[in-house]
Design a protein around this ligand. Structure first.
Ligand code: CUA
Length: 338
């Protein structure tokens, strides 16, 4: 074996470790919320316990291999079979270790699911409530106190406690933003609770982490943590109804309202009040669409409207077989929904 290929695995391992530390890739090793910091601590405690178990077991194994191995080609080592005391011991030891890990994990589980009423730190701002609704295959974010509904992009103020209630419209999904907290199941007919408090402004990519059908891997989202004043301007923008359209955008609006689009999508301030697909009132302000996988550009949007299946096989967005001129008008309209 050549030296370079022999050490190839080491390069891959070190490379992955480096990438894991990089902020572009979501990682549990860069905790950015008290909740994920708690999990991060727990990871190291459990890892340490596992490391001790590993060393003890491997140590005994190596010692036994050395101590009880055949000493010469003639002599047979002593043949032993069954030792009740030992068998009880090695059944009990893992049970005790697992029970300890369970007990150590309980306070963290409790911490993650107990929503604080307000920021426990100095200043103590009121918590922000967000209702997360999972759909095959996109995320709906409702802000009940601010009367805002968005899709796939969750804006929050830095330093504010964000209390999250989660529910699913169809199958079981799992809500996960690695730097901001643990995975939490999103279940139809049951409301689960969690929270986070982002300590540093930035964008954090989240991902559905429970297999939920063909487009599970394309069920992403982004948390955008902004300073309070920027979040407030975002709030005002989102609370406004869709702008009044003129020219081609107005023609696109007519196509949207007359066709099947408005049966599934809401554009507030218009007759479109569908609830099946994402709310599109401020579609143009989003950076991505289709489960936060496609860059929101006129070209991508035109491709999507022409044949959603070719962009994301399995998507529940139907192909309406729209003529190219209507697609063009719809793109102009949707990209005007700032
Ligand atoms: Cu939703 Cu996987």
């Amino acid at each position: 074996m050549r030296k370079s290929s022999r050490y190839g695995w080491l390069v891959i391992l070190l490379g992955s470790a480096l990438l894991a530390g990089c902020s572009a890739i979501p990682s549990v090793f860069t905790p950015m919320s008290p909740t994920s910091q708690q999990i991060y601590r727990l990871i190291w405690i459990i890892f340490s316990i596992a490391a001790v178990v590993f060393l003890v077991v491997e140590g005994i194994l190596l010692y036994a291999a050395w101590r009880f191995s055949r000493k010469s080609s003639e002599a047979f080592p002593k043949q032993v079979e069954g030792n009740q005391k030992l068998e009880i011991a090695w059944t009990m030891a893992p049970a005790v270790v697992l029970a300890a890990v369970f007990i150590i994990s309980l306070p963290t589980l409790r911490y993650l699911t107990t929503q604080p009423a307000s920021d426990p730190g100095p200043g103590g701002k009121t918590a922000l409530r967000v209702h997360v609704i999972a759909h095959q295959w996109w995320w709906e974010f409702q802000y009940p106190d601010l009367k805002i509904v968005t899709a796939n992009e969750l804006y929050v103020p830095v330093g504010t406690v964000v209390n999250i209630d989660l529910e699913s419209k169809d199958v079981i999904h799992s809500f996960w933003i690695p730097p901001l907290g643990g995975k939490i199941d999103v279940i139809p007919g049951q409301v689960n609770h969690t929270w986070f408090q982002v300590t540093q402004a930035g964008a954090y990519v989240g991902q559905c982490s429970e297999f939920c059908g063909i487009d599970h891997a394309f069920m992403r989202f982004e948390v955008v943590a902004e300073p309070q004043d920027q979040f407030d301007s975002w709030t005002r923008l989102m609370q406004a109804s869709a702008a009044v359209m003129t020219g081609e955008a107005a023609q696109g609006e007519q196509v949207f309202l007359a066709g099947a689009c408005s049966a599934c999508h809401t554009v507030s301030g218009t007759a479109a009040q569908g609830k099946v697909g994402p709310d599109l009132t401020h579609f143009a302000s989003r950076t991505k669409f289709a489960g936060w996988t496609e860059d929101n550009t006129p070209e991508n949007l035109a491709k999507w409207l022409a044949d959603p299946q070719s962009v994301q096989p399995g998507t529940l967005m139907p192909n309406l077989h729209l003529p190219p001129d209507q697609i063009q008008l719809l793109v102009t309209y949707l990209e005007s929904l700032k």
